[in-house]
Write a protein that binds this ligand. Structure first.
Ligand code: DX5
Ligand code: ZN
Length: 216
């Protein structure tokens, strides 16, 4: 299966959100990546439901929602109502991760689990058969435009082995500092979905940059 590209809306122009969403609609990106930050789990606040609903109103591709928030359980239905198709929570933010995953699926969404750069892949061992997506963070979450942490490539390889060993259907997503210099290595290591924020939106022609990432 060809890999997917999920541009991170965090790097778009929020004063022209409809324009930027329609631009992505017109190109070959696969998903919209939506970063939700609460100022508690991560040291930054991004945006909430009104902005997400505005994106959903114009988006013609699935919303891939990355929750960088504590206690995600209490908002699962709200994210469904705001248009999430895939809902990813952080391993580090969920005491009862198995329950959270089941609740996401019961609400009618695909369930993802993200792990921070310091968190070993093995922590996913007991949920890998339950999830639709595993997200390897290649920066410490909280901000766009950070430098890629190379160790993520090795973690993608480990995760790919775990997924095959357990017969899981989970997709491997990588998020943070992705660009044309590291995307090839990530795909070779087994990544199925690449998130790219600043590399796409800071480029002169975002859809051409997406095509470049897709062609690798
Ligand atoms: C980081 C976010 C990322 C971010 C990616 O906390 O989860 O999705 O927007 O942006 P770049 O590609 O600029 O690192
Ligand atoms: Zn993200």
């Amino acid at each position: 299966m060809a890999h997917k590209i999920a541009p991170s809306v965090l790097s778009c122009d929020f004063a022209n959100i409809q324009r930027d969403v329609e631009m992505i609609n017109d190109g070959n990106a696969d998903w919209f990546h939506i970063d939700i930050m609460d100022g508690s789990f991560v040291p930054n606040i991004s945006f909430g439901f009104p902005v997400m609903k505005a994106i959903h109103k114009h988006a013609k591709k699935p919303l891939d929602v990355h929750l960088m928030i504590d206690n995600p359980d209490q908002y699962i239905q709200d994210f469904k109502d705001a248009g999430a198709e895939i809902l990813t929570v952080h391993y580090e933010a969920c005491t009862h991760l198995h329950r959270t995953i089941q609740a996401i699926k019961a609400a009618g969404m695909k369930a993802g689990v993200a792990i921070n750069p310091h968190t070993p892949v093995e922590v996913l061992e007991n949920v890998i058969e339950d999830i639709d997506l595993a997200l390897i963070m290649s920066v410490n979450p909280g901000f766009g435009g950070q430098k890629f942490i190379k160790n993520a490539i090795w973690k993608v390889e480990q995760l790919s082995n775990l997924i095959h060993k357990r017969g899981s259907h989970a997709l491997i997503e990588v998020d943070g500092g992705v660009n044309a210099d590291n995307a090839g290595d990530l795909i070779k290591a087994g990544a199925d979905v690449l998130v790219a924020g600043s590399f796409v939106f800071n480029s002169e022609n975002p859809n051409a940059t997406i095509d470049k990432l897709k062609a690798l």
